[in-house]
Write a protein that binds this ligand. Structure first.
Ligand SMILES: NC(=O)c1ccc[n+]([C@@H]2O[C@H](COP(=O)([O-])OP(=O)(O)OC[C@H]3O[C@@H](n4cnc5c(N)ncnc54)[C@H](OP(=O)(O)O)[C@@H]3O)[C@@H](O)[C@H]2O)c1
Length: 401
């Protein structure tokens, strides 16, 4: 079973929409999902810091106050700066019909919001299919329903570069900011399938006259200034396990990597530009980064001075994980990967993410650069600190697919 047949959209009749809705950035409002998460929290910080917009965050909780408490706790834990006077929190569950919102709230959001920025998702790579479908796809249908009522507004959908691991791109040297190939064969995890289906759903939404933007996000590293390891992230987990075992695998992926705050800033820059009715963007501020550079950053921190062949490293991790529970997430993740190297032979470890269309729309974007060595060292150090505190890597892993 897969999510490939889920791009149907039943919106009923919707009133005519303005293909260029009013900008939310001076006196309007943005509806943001996923604000407690790695990227969503950085998006919240970035929007509030660089614009005048108000932000309505849809957050899980037992009621609005509990949802707001959860968001405040998470923002404080991440040490982010948020102007709470411009934030409203609404309790909502992405997996529930109409987000579980009362009709009056649903209607108020439809009337008030100028942009929907849908960053919330079930991101566990091998998450249960029904839950992934409800959280990642039914929620997008609900966003379309909100966009189809009240004032005209854009739906911006956070997708993933991992959609290019489909077989259709096996021979591609470069991938463009265009709709995906129709054949999704090769995408195995329900999570990545949901991103593929979400992009297809966006096409159906824009065909209804609702403007959409798809933002294909690279693999996220923690916030560059306040790195807190993301122990649902595959690269974080691999480094974590290597530090715990005091030896690294020799081979790893070359990935499009971006700290969450840089990614959020780029997304806000893109969404502030005049955009077409169905825009697609590669959020690609940095060159892809080889595993060897991450290892070099670890060496500079006095960590991981030894490495060994990947298959042998995997066997060592598997053996050690019998006793050491904290190694199980990476072992479980790599068990699904025939190369035992976080899919280092997959398409996204090879292709170039062409962002020419975005650069043409926003000429003052800085050129792609290499991620600073200092940032990588802070990232590795933050993981080493977590390991030294004896904190476990226990959340379910997220893809580097
Ligand atoms: N991390 C990456 O490397 C990466 C790469 C490419 C694309 N992306 C995309 O970027 C977006 C954000 O990812 P992330 O890494 O920031 O993930 P994350 O840290 O796990 O955050 C996920 C967010 O979604 C929310 N969420 C999940 N299920 C929900 C539900 N049923 N109802 C309400 N909220 C729910 C979570 O809220 P709770 O706090 O309630 O759990 C959290 O705020 C996702 O769309 C993801 O697909 C991520």
């Amino acid at each position: 079973m897969s999510l490939f047949r889920t791009e149907q959209l039943e919106l009923g009749s919707i009133p005519a929409r303005d293909p260029s809705p009013p900008s939310p950035w001076t006196s309007g409002s943005v509806l943001l999902t996923g604000a407690t998460g790695l990227l969503g929290s950085a998006l919240l910080e970035s929007m509030l810091a660089s614009t005048e917009a108000r932000v309505v965050c849809v957050v899980r909780g037992s009621n609005d106050a509990d949802a707001e408490g959860r968001l405040r706790t998470e923002i404080a834990r991440r040490r982010l700066a948020v102007d709470w006077a411009r934030v409203e929190v609404v309790r909502g569950d992405l997996a529930a019909a109409e987000l579980g919102l009362a009709e009056v709230t649903f209607s108020r959001l439809s009337q008030r919001v100028d942009l929907i920025l849908h960053a919330g998702a079930e991101v566990a790579w091998w998450g249960e299919l029904d839950r992934v479908a409800a959280t990642n796809l039914d929620s997008l249908r609900t966003m379309a329903a909100i966009a189809g009522r009240g004032r005209s507004k854009r739906v911006a959908f956070i997708s993933s570069c991992a959609v290019f691991n489909a077989d259709a791109y096996a021979n591609a040297e470069s991938v463009a900011e265009e709709p995906l190939a129709a054949d999704p064969s090769g995408l195995r995890s329900p999570y990545v399938q949901s991103k593929w289906a979400g992009e297809r759903l966006c096409s159906a939404i824009s065909a209804c006259g609702i403007p959409t933007s798809i933002l294909r996000v690279p693999y996220l590293l923690p916030h560059s200034r306040h790195p807190i390891p993301n122990l649902a992230g595959a690269v974080d987990l691999l480094i974590d396990a290597a530090i715990r075992l005091e030896v690294a695998p020799e081979v790893g992926p070359t990935l499009p990597l971006c700290p969450a705050d840089h990614c959020a800033e780029r997304i806000v820059q893109i969404l502030r530009a005049p955009l077409g009715p169905a825009s697609i963007h590669h959020v690609a501020p940095f060159e892809s980064l080889p595993w060897s550079i991450l290892l070099a950053a670890a060496h500079q921190e006095g960590l991981l001075c030894r490495s060994m062949p990947s298959e042998a490293w995997f066997e060592r991790a598997r053996e050690a994980s019998r006793e050491r529970r904290e190694l199980r997430p990476i072992v479980t993740l790599l068990s699904r990967d025939p190369s035992r190297t976080l899919w280092s032979r997959s398409n996204i470890c090879r292709v170039r993410f062409d962002d020419a269309a975005t650069r043409a729309a926003i000429p003052d974007l800085p050129p792609k650069s290499a991620l600073e060595a200092d940032c990588l060292r802070r990232f590795v150090r933050s993981i080493a600190t977590t390991v030294a505190r004896g904190e476990p890597a226990e959340r379910q892993a997220r893809p580097a697919e």
